[in-house]
Write a protein that binds this ligand. Structure first.
Ligand code: DQQ
Length: 572
């Protein structure tokens, strides 16, 4: 049996190992901050993923649709390409793809946010307009409080100016006995049937991740509920919690206050110690303000993830103009902070994704917002292309460094699928072990994206099928191991399993958005999604190539492939 000390050692070790290679966070690099204008290296900048003109960004904040305009705020360092001096950057759009950058909406200006305006959310109050709740950092020890900001003029659709009423702020402080340095990131509020507004604030008690619940009748005075809405042991600090309803009857999104029999709820948390997020699907019992994950939804590190790659601190919002719920996520860096300073920018946002409950009720599905398709330019197609073992075929005629691609692969038999060893619980380890080079039975097959001509560099996105005792296990990988000749980079073999029944169809589909330093992929209609940040040295701009490949003994057919050169989005 494990002793308490052993448990603690395992916990610390896992925390260190699972840190996703990302820089220790909330660390300021005073020598790397700069107020002087610096040049921006364009080589790996994205063509259609959101990023500001220069400098560092992290979490998406307060996304909303208001008076015909989409608003995206984000944690932004106006003085450098590393984390620090955090303000709320602000950009607006009519279509979620082309953006105009405005002046920062919130920046440290008051005793309650002197050391930073950290993450938070927007709520649109019926008949009144939007309100932002965010975390203010009050001292150098990172003591955090929750603050409110309102638009100076709610009839201005651009919401350019925000005020932080002194008489109201801070609206929530940590109670006696709570650790104020792990107390942040308020959610969008929802309105209960009892007329009270509710929000969650992320926190931690010892090693237990906690979502504290607060209630208010007037949105100004907030009282903490006796019990958190949910908590889970050994998950550490819950950053950026998100809590929202999803419909059991189709793909439409729901307003955050929607309740009823045809509704399930989703709780997502971003785990500070792993720098990964997980979510559960469950039941929200409103009269007890309790959330209970379904038995099929694992609570903790092994749970379901929006994305198995560089994707963190995500936030969703309901878009009433198209009745959909959209998720934004921060695609963090894989290069070093020294590289970030040299290139003058760091961090991008993933493509906004529509999210809905899969018909199984056991997981979510995500798909790039439909507006992205407007950037599709020249199209090429491949049909019924056979891929024998060890073969690869180039997809020619498009800009392979800035492309969108949808493909369906088929195979006639699963007989040759390799046996699945139950100890391969960790998809990432399995992907790292087998990669694309170890020949399999059915797979590995898929794409080689951002590939140099002679394949010195490539980021493969692929499937590999295993035979388990009662069903097939489908592994999806996005492997950065060979993505760049630059040795300093973080090059993880990101992977997840895809829950799909191959019995009748014997087909697997994939969509990949390739954008210079990002490959964002959606497996089997958005069931398993993986975003990789990569920095090729040879496979850049017009020197990038794209291939389909198969390295399994079973022949694979590219049933249909469509690929598009993608136009560059406007981001002033
Ligand atoms: N980033 C913010 C915090 C949040 C963290 C600070 C998550 O509010 O917990 O920039 O990436």
């Amino acid at each position: 049996m494990m002793t308490l000390t052993n448990c603690l050692i395992v916990f610390i070790l896992v925390s260190v190992i699972c840190n996703n290679g990302v820089e220790a966070f909330h660390r300021i690099y005073p020598d790397l901050q700069s107020v002087s204008a610096h040049s921006v290296n364009k080589l790996h900048r994205t063509g259609f993923h959101f990023q500001p003109n220069r400098n560092w960004i992290n979490d998406p904040n307060g996304p909303m649709y208001y008076k015909g305009i989409y608003h995206l705020f984000y944690q932004y360092n106006p003085k450098g390409a590393v984390w620090g001096n955090i303000v709320w950057g602000h950009s607006v759009s009519k279509d979620l793809i082309n953006w105009k950058e405005l002046q920062p909406a919130l920046y440290p200006s008051k005793p309650f946010d002197r050391y930073g305006c950290w993450s938070g959310s927007a709520t649109i109050l019926p008949g009144k307009g939007p309100v932002i709740l965010y975390t203010g950092v009050v001292d150098k020890r990172s003591n955090e409080v929750q603050c409110i900001a309102v638009p100076a003029n709610a009839s201005d659709p651009l919401l350019t100016k925000w005020v932080k009423p002194d008489r109201l702020n801070p609206i929530v402080t940590a109670d006696h006995g709570m650790n104020g340095s792990v107390f942040r990131d308020p959610t969008t509020a929802w309105l209960g049937k009892d007329g009270q507004w509710r929000i969650l604030v992320g926190g931690k008690r010892e090693d237990t991740g906690v979502a504290y619940l607060y209630r208010s009748r007037n949105f100004l005075k907030w009282i903490r509920a006796k019990h958190p809405i949910h908590s889970a042991k050994r998950t550490g600090m819950w950053e950026c919690p998100d809590f929202y309803p999803v419909s059991l009857e189709g793909k439409n999104g729901l307003d955050s206050s929607m309740m009823g029999n045809s509704v399930k709820h989703v709780l997502k948390n971003s785990l500070d110690i792993t720098r990964y997020e997980y979510y559960t699907i469950g039941t929200y019992i409103q009269n007890q303000d309790k959330y209970i994950p379904d038995k099929t939804s694992e609570d903790g590190w092994g749970g379901l993830r929006y994305d198995y790659g560089n994707f963190y601190a995500s936030k969703s919002f309901f878009d009433p103009s198209k009745n959909r719920r959209i998720i934004w996520g921060w695609a963090n860096e894989s290069d070093t902070k020294e590289d970030d300073v040299k290139k003058g920018w760091a961090g991008i946002q993933a493509i906004p994704r529509t999210v809905w409950l899969d018909s199984s009720g056991r997981q979510l599905r995500q798909w790039p917002v439909e507006e992205l398709n407007r950037l599709r330019g020249k199209e090429v197609e491949m049909n019924k292309q056979k891929l024998k073992k060890g073969s690869y075929v180039e997809v020619k005629g498009i800009t392979a460094a800035q492309a969108d691609l949808e493909v369906t692969f088929s195979f006639s038999s699963l007989d040759k699928a390799e046996a699945f060893d139950p100890k391969w619980e960790n998809a990432e380890d399995l992907c790292a072990e087998k990669g694309t080079k170890v020949r399999g039975g059915v797979g590995p097959f898929g794409l080689l994206t951002l590939a140099s001509k002679k394949l010195e560099e490539y980021t493969p996105v692929f499937f590999r099928i295993f035979k388990a005792s009662n069903k097939h296990k489908i592994l999806m990988c996005s492997d950065a191991k060979s993505s760049s000749l630059n040795r300093e980079l973080y090059k993880p073999s990101f992977a997840g399993f895809v829950n799909v029944d191959l019995g009748n169809t014997k087909k697997l589909s994939l969509r990949s958005l390739i954008d210079h330093s990002v490959v964002e992929s959606f497996g089997v209609g958005g069931k398993t999604n993986i975003l990789s940040r990569v920095y090729p040295t040879l496979a850049v701009k017009e020197k990038a190539h794209l291939f389909v490949f198969n390295n399994g003994t079973e022949q694979i057919t590219v049933e249909n492939l469509k690929a598009w050169s993608m136009k560059t989005a406007r981001r002033n």
